[in-house]
Design a protein. Structure first.
Length: 281
Protein backbone atom coordinates (compact mmCIF):
# COMPACT_ATOMS: atom_id res chain seq x y z
CA UNK A 1 0.00 0.00 0.00
CA UNK A 2 1.20 3.51 -0.82
CA UNK A 3 -0.08 7.05 -0.25
CA UNK A 4 -0.38 9.11 -3.43
CA UNK A 5 0.02 12.83 -3.98
CA UNK A 6 1.15 14.45 -7.24
CA UNK A 7 3.93 16.57 -5.72
CA UNK A 8 7.34 15.21 -6.77
CA UNK A 9 8.78 15.21 -3.26
CA UNK A 10 6.08 12.76 -2.15
CA UNK A 11 7.94 10.22 -4.31
CA UNK A 12 4.99 8.41 -5.88
CA UNK A 13 6.79 8.30 -9.23
CA UNK A 14 9.67 6.49 -7.49
CA UNK A 15 7.19 3.99 -6.05
CA UNK A 16 5.85 3.36 -9.57
CA UNK A 17 9.36 2.64 -10.84
CA UNK A 18 10.00 0.23 -7.95
CA UNK A 19 6.65 -1.51 -8.25
CA UNK A 20 7.18 -1.96 -11.99
CA UNK A 21 10.26 -4.07 -11.26
CA UNK A 22 8.64 -5.97 -8.38
CA UNK A 23 5.61 -6.84 -10.52
CA UNK A 24 7.95 -8.01 -13.25
CA UNK A 25 9.64 -10.37 -10.79
CA UNK A 26 6.36 -11.67 -9.36
CA UNK A 27 3.86 -11.56 -12.25
CA UNK A 28 0.24 -11.82 -11.13
CA UNK A 29 1.18 -12.17 -7.45
CA UNK A 30 1.32 -8.55 -6.30
CA UNK A 31 -1.70 -6.40 -5.48
CA UNK A 32 -0.84 -2.73 -5.05
CA UNK A 33 -3.34 -0.59 -3.14
CA UNK A 34 -3.04 3.18 -3.38
CA UNK A 35 -4.99 5.81 -1.46
CA UNK A 36 -4.95 9.59 -1.32
CA UNK A 37 -5.04 11.88 -4.34
CA UNK A 38 -5.12 10.96 -8.03
CA UNK A 39 -1.79 11.23 -9.83
CA UNK A 40 -2.09 12.99 -13.22
CA UNK A 41 0.63 10.89 -14.87
CA UNK A 42 -0.03 7.48 -13.35
CA UNK A 43 -3.71 6.49 -13.29
CA UNK A 44 -4.66 3.14 -11.73
CA UNK A 45 -4.53 1.28 -15.07
CA UNK A 46 -1.14 2.68 -16.12
CA UNK A 47 1.08 0.40 -18.20
CA UNK A 48 4.01 0.38 -15.77
CA UNK A 49 2.58 -0.62 -12.39
CA UNK A 50 -1.24 -0.80 -12.23
CA UNK A 51 -2.91 -0.48 -8.84
CA UNK A 52 -6.26 -0.40 -7.06
CA UNK A 53 -7.10 3.20 -6.19
CA UNK A 54 -9.12 3.94 -3.04
CA UNK A 55 -9.08 7.74 -3.17
CA UNK A 56 -9.29 9.80 0.01
CA UNK A 57 -10.55 7.52 2.78
CA UNK A 58 -11.53 8.08 6.40
CA UNK A 59 -9.55 6.86 9.40
CA UNK A 60 -11.48 3.61 9.83
CA UNK A 61 -11.08 2.72 6.15
CA UNK A 62 -7.38 3.58 6.32
CA UNK A 63 -6.87 1.38 9.39
CA UNK A 64 -8.56 -1.55 7.64
CA UNK A 65 -6.56 -1.06 4.43
CA UNK A 66 -3.30 -0.89 6.39
CA UNK A 67 -4.15 -3.99 8.41
CA UNK A 68 -5.10 -5.94 5.26
CA UNK A 69 -1.82 -5.04 3.54
CA UNK A 70 1.42 -6.95 4.04
CA UNK A 71 3.70 -4.00 3.28
CA UNK A 72 3.32 -0.22 3.32
CA UNK A 73 5.76 1.68 1.08
CA UNK A 74 6.37 5.34 2.01
CA UNK A 75 8.61 6.88 -0.69
CA UNK A 76 8.72 10.61 0.26
CA UNK A 77 11.99 12.40 -0.43
CA UNK A 78 11.68 14.26 2.89
CA UNK A 79 8.97 15.04 5.45
CA UNK A 80 8.55 16.89 8.72
CA UNK A 81 6.75 14.22 10.75
CA UNK A 82 4.75 12.06 8.33
CA UNK A 83 1.72 10.07 9.44
CA UNK A 84 1.55 7.21 6.86
CA UNK A 85 4.52 5.24 8.30
CA UNK A 86 3.40 5.48 11.94
CA UNK A 87 -0.23 4.79 10.96
CA UNK A 88 0.89 1.61 9.21
CA UNK A 89 2.92 0.59 12.25
CA UNK A 90 -0.11 1.16 14.50
CA UNK A 91 -2.06 -1.19 12.23
CA UNK A 92 0.53 -3.95 12.59
CA UNK A 93 1.94 -3.72 9.06
CA UNK A 94 5.57 -3.88 7.94
CA UNK A 95 6.85 -0.51 6.71
CA UNK A 96 9.41 0.59 4.13
CA UNK A 97 10.16 4.29 4.50
CA UNK A 98 12.72 6.97 3.79
CA UNK A 99 14.62 8.55 6.71
CA UNK A 100 13.96 12.30 6.62
CA UNK A 101 11.18 13.02 9.14
CA UNK A 102 10.82 9.47 10.44
CA UNK A 103 13.99 9.41 12.56
CA UNK A 104 12.11 9.23 15.86
CA UNK A 105 10.34 5.95 15.15
CA UNK A 106 11.67 4.28 11.97
CA UNK A 107 14.64 2.21 13.16
CA UNK A 108 16.15 0.34 10.23
CA UNK A 109 15.82 -3.43 10.62
CA UNK A 110 13.87 -3.11 13.87
CA UNK A 111 10.64 -1.16 13.33
CA UNK A 112 10.96 -0.58 9.57
CA UNK A 113 13.19 -0.93 6.54
CA UNK A 114 14.69 2.52 5.94
CA UNK A 115 15.74 3.16 2.34
CA UNK A 116 17.50 6.01 0.60
CA UNK A 117 15.07 8.43 -1.06
CA UNK A 118 15.07 8.54 -4.89
CA UNK A 119 17.21 5.36 -5.03
CA UNK A 120 14.74 3.02 -6.70
CA UNK A 121 16.98 -0.09 -6.45
CA UNK A 122 16.86 0.31 -2.64
CA UNK A 123 13.07 0.23 -2.78
CA UNK A 124 13.14 -2.89 -4.96
CA UNK A 125 15.57 -4.74 -2.66
CA UNK A 126 13.46 -3.88 0.39
CA UNK A 127 10.19 -4.91 -1.26
CA UNK A 128 11.68 -8.11 -2.63
CA UNK A 129 13.11 -9.01 0.77
CA UNK A 130 9.83 -8.50 2.60
CA UNK A 131 7.97 -10.48 -0.05
CA UNK A 132 10.34 -13.44 0.32
CA UNK A 133 10.80 -13.29 4.11
CA UNK A 134 7.46 -13.40 5.96
CA UNK A 135 9.27 -13.78 9.29
CA UNK A 136 10.98 -10.42 8.70
CA UNK A 137 7.63 -8.82 7.84
CA UNK A 138 6.14 -10.18 11.04
CA UNK A 139 9.04 -8.97 13.18
CA UNK A 140 8.94 -5.46 11.72
CA UNK A 141 5.16 -5.35 12.12
CA UNK A 142 5.38 -6.48 15.75
CA UNK A 143 8.14 -4.02 16.69
CA UNK A 144 6.50 -1.22 14.72
CA UNK A 145 3.21 -1.75 16.54
CA UNK A 146 5.00 -1.51 19.89
CA UNK A 147 6.73 1.69 18.77
CA UNK A 148 3.43 3.22 17.62
CA UNK A 149 1.70 2.37 20.89
CA UNK A 150 4.38 4.31 22.73
CA UNK A 151 3.78 7.42 20.62
CA UNK A 152 1.08 9.26 22.58
CA UNK A 153 -0.33 12.77 22.58
CA UNK A 154 0.91 13.24 26.17
CA UNK A 155 4.42 12.35 25.06
CA UNK A 156 4.19 14.71 22.09
CA UNK A 157 3.02 17.58 24.30
CA UNK A 158 5.90 17.05 26.75
CA UNK A 159 8.42 16.96 23.90
CA UNK A 160 6.96 20.18 22.45
CA UNK A 161 7.21 21.88 25.85
CA UNK A 162 10.87 20.90 26.11
CA UNK A 163 11.56 22.23 22.60
CA UNK A 164 9.76 25.54 23.26
CA UNK A 165 11.79 25.94 26.45
CA UNK A 166 15.04 25.44 24.51
CA UNK A 167 13.93 28.00 21.90
CA UNK A 168 13.03 30.48 24.67
CA UNK A 169 16.49 30.06 26.23
CA UNK A 170 18.10 30.52 22.78
CA UNK A 171 19.56 27.01 22.90
CA UNK A 172 18.45 26.03 19.38
CA UNK A 173 20.71 26.94 16.46
CA UNK A 174 19.02 28.46 13.42
CA UNK A 175 19.97 28.47 9.76
CA UNK A 176 18.59 30.97 7.25
CA UNK A 177 16.11 29.53 4.80
CA UNK A 178 17.50 28.80 1.35
CA UNK A 179 15.38 29.97 -1.54
CA UNK A 180 16.36 27.39 -4.14
CA UNK A 181 17.96 24.45 -2.32
CA UNK A 182 16.70 22.87 0.87
CA UNK A 183 20.16 21.61 1.86
CA UNK A 184 18.97 17.99 2.15
CA UNK A 185 20.62 15.30 0.08
CA UNK A 186 19.13 12.15 -1.39
CA UNK A 187 20.52 8.65 -1.09
CA UNK A 188 23.21 9.39 -3.67
CA UNK A 189 24.44 12.43 -1.71
CA UNK A 190 22.92 14.69 -4.39
CA UNK A 191 20.70 17.65 -3.37
CA UNK A 192 17.07 16.95 -4.18
CA UNK A 193 16.94 19.90 -6.57
CA UNK A 194 19.63 18.39 -8.80
CA UNK A 195 19.40 15.71 -11.47
CA UNK A 196 19.56 12.12 -10.20
CA UNK A 197 22.70 10.21 -11.28
CA UNK A 198 20.63 7.44 -12.86
CA UNK A 199 19.23 9.96 -15.33
CA UNK A 200 22.54 9.69 -17.19
CA UNK A 201 22.68 13.36 -18.18
CA UNK A 202 25.76 15.57 -17.98
CA UNK A 203 26.16 19.29 -17.44
CA UNK A 204 25.23 21.16 -20.61
CA UNK A 205 23.28 18.29 -22.18
CA UNK A 206 20.13 19.14 -24.09
CA UNK A 207 17.39 16.58 -23.46
CA UNK A 208 14.03 15.90 -25.04
CA UNK A 209 11.32 14.93 -22.59
CA UNK A 210 8.53 12.45 -23.21
CA UNK A 211 6.27 15.52 -23.12
CA UNK A 212 7.90 16.77 -26.36
CA UNK A 213 9.62 19.69 -24.59
CA UNK A 214 13.36 20.36 -24.34
CA UNK A 215 15.37 20.51 -21.14
CA UNK A 216 18.91 21.61 -20.36
CA UNK A 217 21.10 20.41 -17.50
CA UNK A 218 22.55 23.58 -16.02
CA UNK A 219 24.39 23.76 -12.69
CA UNK A 220 23.17 20.24 -12.03
CA UNK A 221 19.53 21.22 -12.43
CA UNK A 222 16.98 20.32 -15.06
CA UNK A 223 15.63 23.46 -16.71
CA UNK A 224 13.02 23.61 -19.47
CA UNK A 225 14.19 25.49 -22.57
CA UNK A 226 11.45 27.32 -24.43
CA UNK A 227 13.58 28.01 -27.54
CA UNK A 228 16.79 25.94 -27.75
CA UNK A 229 17.79 27.52 -31.09
CA UNK A 230 17.96 30.96 -29.45
CA UNK A 231 20.73 29.59 -27.22
CA UNK A 232 22.65 28.08 -30.11
CA UNK A 233 21.25 24.65 -29.28
CA UNK A 234 19.16 23.96 -32.34
CA UNK A 235 17.86 20.38 -31.83
CA UNK A 236 17.34 19.99 -35.58
CA UNK A 237 21.08 20.20 -36.29
CA UNK A 238 22.18 17.24 -34.17
CA UNK A 239 19.07 15.23 -33.29
CA UNK A 240 21.13 12.08 -32.70
CA UNK A 241 22.98 13.71 -29.80
CA UNK A 242 19.86 14.63 -27.88
CA UNK A 243 19.06 12.22 -25.09
CA UNK A 244 15.42 11.34 -24.53
CA UNK A 245 13.95 11.61 -21.04
CA UNK A 246 11.28 8.96 -20.50
CA UNK A 247 8.30 9.72 -18.31
CA UNK A 248 9.78 8.23 -15.14
CA UNK A 249 13.08 10.10 -15.47
CA UNK A 250 11.26 13.32 -16.25
CA UNK A 251 8.94 13.01 -13.26
CA UNK A 252 11.64 11.82 -10.86
CA UNK A 253 13.58 15.06 -11.25
CA UNK A 254 12.66 18.49 -9.97
CA UNK A 255 12.98 21.38 -12.38
CA UNK A 256 14.63 24.74 -12.00
CA UNK A 257 13.25 27.94 -13.54
CA UNK A 258 12.49 27.86 -17.27
CA UNK A 259 15.12 29.27 -19.63
CA UNK A 260 13.14 31.77 -21.67
CA UNK A 261 16.10 33.54 -23.34
CA UNK A 262 19.87 33.86 -23.18
CA UNK A 263 19.35 36.49 -20.46
CA UNK A 264 18.47 33.83 -17.88
CA UNK A 265 20.79 31.11 -19.16
CA UNK A 266 23.60 31.46 -16.66
CA UNK A 267 25.99 28.55 -16.89
CA UNK A 268 28.75 27.42 -19.17
CA UNK A 269 28.00 24.62 -21.61
CA UNK A 270 30.32 21.65 -21.87
CA UNK A 271 30.01 19.87 -25.18
CA UNK A 272 30.37 16.14 -25.61
CA UNK A 273 33.91 16.65 -26.95
CA UNK A 274 34.87 18.47 -23.73
CA UNK A 275 34.89 21.95 -25.28
CA UNK A 276 33.49 24.71 -23.08
CA UNK A 277 31.49 27.54 -24.60
CA UNK A 278 29.74 30.51 -23.14
CA UNK A 279 26.11 31.44 -23.66
CA UNK A 280 25.44 33.70 -26.63
CA UNK A 281 25.31 37.42 -25.89
Amino acid sequence: MTYSRPEKWKGFQDAVAAMQEVMRRYPGKIEWNVYGFAHPNFPPENALAPYKFHGTIDHDQLARLCAQSDIVLCPSWYESSPLPPIEAMASGTAVITTPYGTEDYAIDGHTAIVVRPRVVPDFVVALDGLIRLPELRERLARNGRAMAEGSTWDGAVKAREVLLGRIHRNEVSTIGLKAFENGIEDGYGVPFEQVTPDTGANEGDLLRGSDGKHYLVESGRLRRVLDPAALGLDPCLNPGLIQTLDLLKLLRNTQGPDITSSANYYGLRTGRNGAVTTPPA
